[in-house]
Design a protein around this ligand. Structure first.
Ligand code: FAD
Length: 487
């Protein structure tokens, strides 16, 4: 390709939250960085196929200590200063469950991400699909890319797989693990609505707090009862106090009996604040389809078709059954599937649900999380079957505070010069690290490790023997690396 640079220190594949963080941190570490993304946009499931209703969540553990900092906190502050984020929202009924919200506006996040890539000198290659790995024995030395210019190779000293589904690692021949298709979590197409009469809906919520599901807000380590949570919903005077409304149990049951609901997902949505006090309703649990491998485009196509049929059904339900939706209208529908579960690399360490339940500590920690183990979505009207069961084996779900994430989950066990970050890092099913905050933490660490490996002229695996240097870089970059450093 004439005129374009085809050799980089670090190639980051996938421009979601993990890829964005990895690219920014690697560039700050002095590496020349190429970020390749198959869509024309940055943010992945945070922006293109999302957002999560509240965008950033769970930045604080159940003791109210902030455990996810570094680039995620930097972007929250930056958007807050620009008027596109709200202060961290930590009401009592959320803190105990470590389920706090830190609202950011996903559309403005996109603009900020493009600015930051430019500021840090990250080269972007958009609308380009990575379709293969260039290998020299068990060492990756580049990727094969297909874009409107054709098919070409781009070379890099370290490649970071941030594709969410571990596509690059699988092309490189890494050992991967994926749940059997019959139990794989369903994928979703999200949509967003405006025009809700929030006062009317709030009156319904205040009178019927028993109609909603609160299992995500209950945590055995938190001093809060179901009654107290319901009281918060009963007394709420601003819809933003609720954050999410999941259930509408009697209405949904009535609709099911009338043939006006479908059996594949629950009814519910998240509240999405916009400028000037405006609030949108964002749906990510009202359409979903299971038994779909993210490695099978034909199955994914069926998933697209079925999820869109379910959006029609869901919308008819909200308009006809739910108070406040009479004049509401859809303003945005995802063009990409939101994929909950796919393949993960098998790394030098496999983080397990049991580790999380035991609030694990590691000498090679690169960051923290307090997201519980074993939260699975299923295709039924309860949607979130968060019971910590994995094909019959139960796990202790809730960490006591924050647990540490070891560097080795980013390092695939059988390929050199490759790192993974985001959803596809090495865990068992109960330990799946798919929450947005976790993808920032692993992305930033992978970026720092890649730049350090380039600087030292070693492989990312060899960084395991001098991980203290990596930890120092992360601390200087604002991350919280060890639980003992929590304030
Ligand atoms: C329905 C649903 C609801 C969720 N709700 C929440 C929530 O409420 N809170 C929360 O914190 N998390 C939530 N999550 C999880 C979270 O949003 C995602 O796990 C997270 O955003 C994933 O980040 P990532 O960077 O690992 O991957 P992604 O965001 O998936 O980014 C991967 C990027 O790689 C690109 N890509 C893929 N393959 C290629 C390729 N071959 N070549 C080039 N580019 C490629 C993609 O286009 C994408 O931009 C939810 C997930 C789903 C599915």
């Amino acid at each position: 390709m004439n005129g374009y640079e085809m050799n980089y220190d670090v190639i980051v594949c996938g421009g979601g939250t993990s890829g964005f963080s990895a690219a920014i941190q690697a560039a700050r570490g002095g590496a020349s960085v190429l970020l390749i993304e198959k869509t024309g946009c940055l943010g992945g499931q945070l922006t293109v196929s999302g957002p999560p209703g509240f965008a950033y969540a769970r930045l604080f553990n159940c003791f109210g200590q902030q455990d996810s900092k570094g680039i995620i906190e930097e972007t929250h502050q930056r958007l807050y200063r620009e008027g596109h984020a709200l202060p961290h929202y930590r009401p009592k009924h959320r803190v105990g469950a470590a389920y706090t919200f830190s609202y950011i506006d996903p559309e403005w996040w996109i603009l900020m991400a493009f600015d930051m890539c430019e500021e840090e000198g990250v080269t972007l290659l958009l609308d380009a699909l990575v379709t293969g790995a260039v290998m020299d024995g068990n060492r990756i030395c580049g990727v094969v890319v297909e874009d409107c210019g054709g098919r070409h190779e781009i070379h890099g000293k370290v490649v970071i797989d941030c594709t969410g589904e571990g596509y690059v690692a699988s092309y490189a021949g890494c050992e991967m693990s994926m749940s059997p298709i019959d139990v794989l979590e369903p994928h979703t197409i999200c949509f967003t609505a405006d025009g809700v009469d929030w006062d009317k809906l709030l009156r319904y919520v205040n009178r019927h707090p028993d109609q909603f599901n609160y299992n995500q807000l209950l945590n055995p380590n938190a001093p809060i009862t179901l009654e107290e949570i319901m009281q918060a919903y009963e007394k709420a005077i601003d819809p933003m106090e609720l954050g999410e409304l999941m259930g509408f149990n009697d209405l949904r049951e009535m609709a099911l009996q009338n043939g006006d609901w479908h059996p594949y997902s629950g009814a519910g949505f998240f509240l999405m604040p916009k400028e000037g006090g405006k609030v949108l309703a964002h749906f990510q649990h009202s359409s979903q389809w299971d038994k779909t491998s993210p490695y099978d485009a034909w199955a994914m196509s069926r998933c697209h078709i079925e999820c869109r049929k379910q959006i029609r059904i869901a919308w008819r339900f909200f308009k006809n059954y739910v108070p406040g939706f009479e004049h509401a209208y859809i303003v945005k529908m995802g063009t990409e599937l939101r994929i909950r579960e796919g393949a993960m690399i098998v790394g030098d360490y496999v983080l397990t649900g049991e580790d999380i339940g035991n609030t694990c500590r590691f000498e090679d920690s690169i960051g923290l999380s307090s997201f519980p183990a074993g939260a699975f979505h299923t295709t039924n009207v309860n949607t979130l079957n968060a019971i910590g069961k994995n094909n019959g084996s139960e796990t202790k779900r809730f960490p006591k505070g924050s647990y540490e994430i070891p560097y080795r989950v980013l390092v695939p066990k059988d390929v050199d010069n490759l790192l993974a970050a985001g959803k596809c890092v090495s865990t068992d099913r109960n330990g799946h690290m798919r929450f947005v905050a976790q993808t920032f933490v692993t992305g930033q660490a992978a970026g720092a490790a890649a730049a350090l490996a380039v600087k030292k002229g070693c492989t990312p695996r060899e960084i395991e023997t001098c991980v203290g240097e990596l930890q120092e870089i992360l601390k200087t970059s604002g991350a919280v690396v060890f639980a003992k450093d929590l304030k």
